[in-house]
Design a protein around this ligand. Sequence first.
Ligand SMILES: NC(=O)c1ccc[n+]([C@@H]2O[C@H](COP(=O)([O-])OP(=O)(O)OC[C@H]3O[C@@H](n4cnc5c(N)ncnc54)[C@H](OP(=O)(O)O)[C@@H]3O)[C@@H](O)[C@H]2O)c1
Length: 272
Amino acid sequence: MRIGFLGAGKMAEAIFAGLIRNQIVPAADIRIREVVPQRVRDLRRRYHVGVAGTATELVTGCDVVFLAVKPQDLDVLLQEVAPALTTRQVVISIAAGKTLTQLQKLAGPRVRLVRVMPNLAMMVGEGMSAFCLGRHARPADRKLAARLLGCCGRAMELPERHFHAVTALSGSGPAFFAYALAGLADAAVAEGLPADAARLLAEQTMLGAARYLLETGMTPQALMQAVASPKGTTAAGLAVLEASPMRQILGQTIQAAAQRSAELGRVAPKPA
Ligand SMILES: NC(=O)c1ccc[n+]([C@@H]2O[C@H](COP(=O)([O-])OP(=O)(O)OC[C@H]3O[C@@H](n4cnc5c(N)ncnc54)[C@H](OP(=O)(O)O)[C@@H]3O)[C@@H](O)[C@H]2O)c1
């Protein structure tokens, strides 16, 4: 199986590094097409991936094609490669906000499409990707998408109508968790903790809490109860959170991000 990447930036690298690391495909079966020459040299040296001279050449020689350029570069690129796309390839777009309808229109009426909303943590193998299938994708494409995306984190299929909420929660989410982490660490610094110690304590605690929930299947509520002994330190902190408008603020945060995602989706793409 030959896998191609149109655009070999941060996200493309995260995905193909995961594919190579997990031995899903050998590096020799990965092709990139990237416009920044220094980047091409660097990636070829570090990963020994193949390099296509043109986007059309890449598409012609691959079974799976990742669209990994910025959303504003996607329309022109997809129009360029559309004549070379057949029902042979699966086309996987990771471009934020580009809908299946928009992609299908540009790629061609019968092209097998998968739309993905990935996140930044893919770069450290802990990404969260949601994906949905286009109307011509085959059942095997579902398994393939889950396997390829799963090599740099977790992947789940969701109907496209949920993608604004997904964008808000897991797409923008790393920034919201970082905000909470910075606030908690700064408060500990105010208690006299050195800044570098506070940062490590906060980061590892966030990682540990998430991993604990994932691995035990425990609910967040049960975890809170398990940590908080009556009249103890955790109970004292949780009481402040419960008495505050924190839940409402978190709700507004997700709502604003999801709403913005919907607004951006309504902006008509610039003519090519
Ligand atoms: N980064 C994230 O956290 C994140 C999260 C969710 C979704 N995404 C999506 O992932 C996609 C890739 O993001 P990224 O952060 O990896 O972007 P990136 O680092 O900017 O990578 C894109 C690369 O593609 C190159 N490029 C532009 N036009 C091209 C063309 N016609 N042919 C070949 N290469 C071309 C760009 O070159 P130039 O720099 O010269 O333009 C750049 O090197 C985006 O669509 C984004 O919406 C990213």
